[in-house]
Design a protein around this ligand. Structure first.
Ligand code: FAD
Length: 470
C-alpha cells in the first residue's frame, strides 16, 4: 500500500469505543484511521442510541410536565399541542451537532475518517469497501475492533421495520402509536416506552422474567416499576411472547403467561427490545483467525484488550461487560494508553448504570441481593427525596437514595438512586467508590444547599442512623 495508506492503528467502528480510542491514540502520537460504514461518525450511541433517545426523553418529559405540573407552578398555558415532526427534527439536530462535532475532533487530531465497510484481511491489513464498491487496503501495525452491537431479532416476531421494530425505528415513529407493545422490560424498552406514553400512546410492556430491570437492586427497581405503573404503563411479567400477526397497520401479539394462559394483545406498533448482540458479521474474523465465542458472539480478549491474534484488539459492546457507551469509552482510552506503552486501566467494579425514565434510576457497585449472595456483612442507609428542600422546590419528591456500606470498615459497596436527576447524582458515588471511600466520607463532605445531592449525604448519614433531617 502507498505510504498514505499505512497506519499505526486502524480502528473499525466510530462509536464511543472506536472514536475515543482513535482520539487518545492520536494524542499519544500514533497515525490513526477510523473506518465507519454509516454515513456519519459516532456509532449507535450518537446516531440511534443514547443521544436521540435522551433528546426524545427530554422533549416528551417537557410535554408531560406542561400537562401535569405547569398549573401547579402557576404557569397558565392556553393550549398545549404536540408538533411531533418538530420534536423529531430537534432530536435530529442534536444528533447532527454531535456527529459533526466528531468530524471536527477527527480533523483536529489528524485522524483519517474512512467511510465504508471494513473487513480484516490479516493481522496487519484492513480492506474497506466504499458505497460504490471500490476496495482500498489499509496497512497497519495494529487493528482495533469496535463494531458494537445490533438489536436481537426474535424469529417468532421478526422485525419488519414498520409495525414490529427495534429501538432504531422507535426513535422515528411518524405518528404517536395508539397502542405500543414493548417486548422486554430492560432500560431501552422502558425509556422508549416512557417517551411514547408521555406523548399519548397506550403502552404495554411484556417481560419474560418475574421483574423488570433484573440487574437492578430489587427494592429500588420495584420503586421504578411502581412509578411506571402510576404513570400508566401496563406490565405483564412472567409472560412469554409467542408470536405476532400483522394485518396492514395492525398487529396482534400473542403471549403465554406462567400458568399457561394465552394473552392476545391487539396493537399498532411493537417494539422488540430484548437485548443486543455483538456485531461481527462480515468482519472476516474467522478468516483472520480471531476467536469468537460461539455462545455469546462476543470476542474474547485478555486484560490488555488483545484477541488471540496479538495485533488485533477489541473493545466496547463487542466484548464482555455491560453494553454501555461510557464503558466502551473507558476501554478506548485504556486500550490506546496500553498500546502506547502506558498503564491504561478500567475499574469494572465502579461502572455506573442509568435508566433515563422519569424519575431516573442510577446505580453503581453491588445490589443488596448481591451483598446477601456474597454473604457480606453490610449496613444500609436510605433517605427519601420527600424532605429534601430542592426536591420540594422542584416538585420532584419521588424516590430515594440507598447506600450499602461494609458493616466493619464502612466502605461504600453500592449506591442505588431512584429519583430526580439520579443520573447526575450517581457521579459522587462513583468517585467515592473509586477512592475506596466510606459512607462516613460522604457524610463529612460539604454538599451545597439546597441541592438534590444533600439526599445522597443524608443517606450516607443514615448508614449510621444519624441522618439530620430523617
Ligand atoms: P457502537 O456505538 O455500536 O459503534 C459501532 C460502529 O461500528 C457503528 O457505527 C457501526 O456502523 C460500525 N461498524 C460495524 N461494523 C462495521 C464494519 N464492518 N466496517 C465499518 N464500520 C462498522 N449506553 C449508555 O451508556 N447510555 C445510554 O443512555 C444508552 N442509551 C441507548 C439507547 C438505545 C436506543 C440503544 C440502542 C443503545 C443505548 N446505549 C446507551 C448503548 C450504547 O449505544 C452502546 O453501548 C455503545 O454505542 C457501544 O459503543 P461501541 O463503540 O462498542 O459500538
Amino acid at each position: 500500500a502507498p505510504e498514505s495508506n499505512r497506519y499505526d492503528l486502524v480502528v473499525i467502528g466510530s462509536g464511543p469505543g472506536g472514536y475515543v480510542a482513535a482520539i487518545r491514540a492520536a494524542q499519544l502520537g500514533m497515525k490513526v484511521a477510523c473506518v465507519e460504514k454509516r454515513e456519519s461518525l459516532g456509532g449507535t450511541c450518537l446516531n440511534i442510541g443514547c443521544i436521540p433517545s435522551k433528546a426524545l426523553l427530554d422533549s416528551s418529559e417537557l410535554y408531560h410536565l406542561a400537562h401535569t405540573k405547569f398549573a401547579k407552578h402557576g404557569i397558565k398555558v392556553d393550549a398545549i399541542g404536540l408538533d411531533l415532526p418538530a420534536m423529531l427534527a430537534r432530536k435530529d439536530t442534536v444528533v447532527k451537532s454531535l456527529t459533526d462535532g466528531l468530524k471536527f475532533l477527527f480533523k483536529k487530531n489528524k485522524i483519517e475518517p474512512v467511510f465504508g465497510t471494513a473487513r480484516v484481511a490479516s493481522g496487519e491489513s484492513v480492506v474497506v469497501r466504499d458505497a460504490k464498491g471500490v476496495e482500498t487496503t489499509l496497512e497497519t501495525k495494529h487493528i482495533l475492533l469496535a463494531t458494537g452491537s445490533a438489536p436481537v431479532n426474535l424469529p417468532f416476531i421478526p422485525f419488519n421495520g414498520k409495525t414490529i421494530v427495534s429501538s432504531t425505528e422507535a426513535l422515528t415513529f411518524d405518528r404517536v402509536p395508539e397502542h405500543l407493545v414493548v417486548v422486554g422490560g430492560g432500560y431501552i424498552g422502558l425509556e422508549l416506552g416512557s417517551v411514547w406514553k408521555r406523548l399519548g400512546a397506550k403502552v404495554t410492556v411484556i417481560e419474560f422474567l418475574p421483574r423488570i430491570v433484573p440487574m437492578a437492586d430489587l427494592e429500588v427497581g420495584t420503586l421504578l416499576h411502581k412509578s411506571l405503573i402510576k404513570q400508566g404503563l401496563e406490565f405483564h411479567l412472567e409472560t412469554k411472547v409467542t408470536g405476532a400477526k400483522v394485518e396492514g397497520d395492525r398487529v396482534t401479539v400473542t403471549a403465554e403467561t406462567k400458568d399457561g394462559k394465552v394473552l392476545t394483545v391487539p396493537c399498532d406498533r411493537v417494539l422488540v427490545a430484548v437485548g443486543r448482540r455483538p456485531h461481527t458479521e462480515g468482519l472476516g474474523l474467522v478468516e483472520a483467525g480471531v476467536t469468537v465465542d460461539p455462545k455469546t458472539g462476543k470476542v474474547p480478549i485478555d486484560a490488555h484488550y488483545r484477541t488471540n491474534v496479538p495485533t488485533i484488539s477489541a473493545i466496547g459492546d463487542l466484548v464482555d461487560g455491560p453494553m454501555l457507551a461510557h464503558k466502551a469509552e473507558d476501554e478506548g482510552v485504556a486500550f490506546a494508553e496500553i498500546l502506547a506503552g502506558k498503564a491504561g486501566h478500567v475499574d469494572y467494579n465502579t461502572i455506573p448504570s442509568v435508566i433515563y425514565t422519569w424519575p431516573e434510576m442510577a446505580s453503581v457497585g453491588i445490589t443488596e441481593e448481591q451483598a446477601k449472595e456474597r454473604k457480606l456483612e453490610y449496613k444500609v442507609g436510605k433517605y427519601p427525596f420527600l424532605p429534601n428542600g430542592r426536591a420540594k422546590a422542584m416538585d420532584e419528591t419521588e424516590g430515594l437514595v440507598k447506600i450499602l456500606a461494609d458493616a466493619k470498615t464502612d466502605r461504600v459497596l453500592g449506591v442505588h438512586i431512584f429519583g430526580p436527576r439520579a443520573s447526575d447524582l450517581i457521579a459522587e458515588a462513583v468517585t467515592i467508590m473509586e477512592f475506596a471511600g466510606s459512607a462516613e466520607d460522604i457524610a463529612r463532605i460539604s454538599h451545597a444547599h439546597p441541592t438534590l445531592s444533600e439526599a445522597v449525604r443524608e443517606a450516607a448519614m443514615a448508614v449510621d442512623r444519624r441522618a439530620i433531617h430523617g
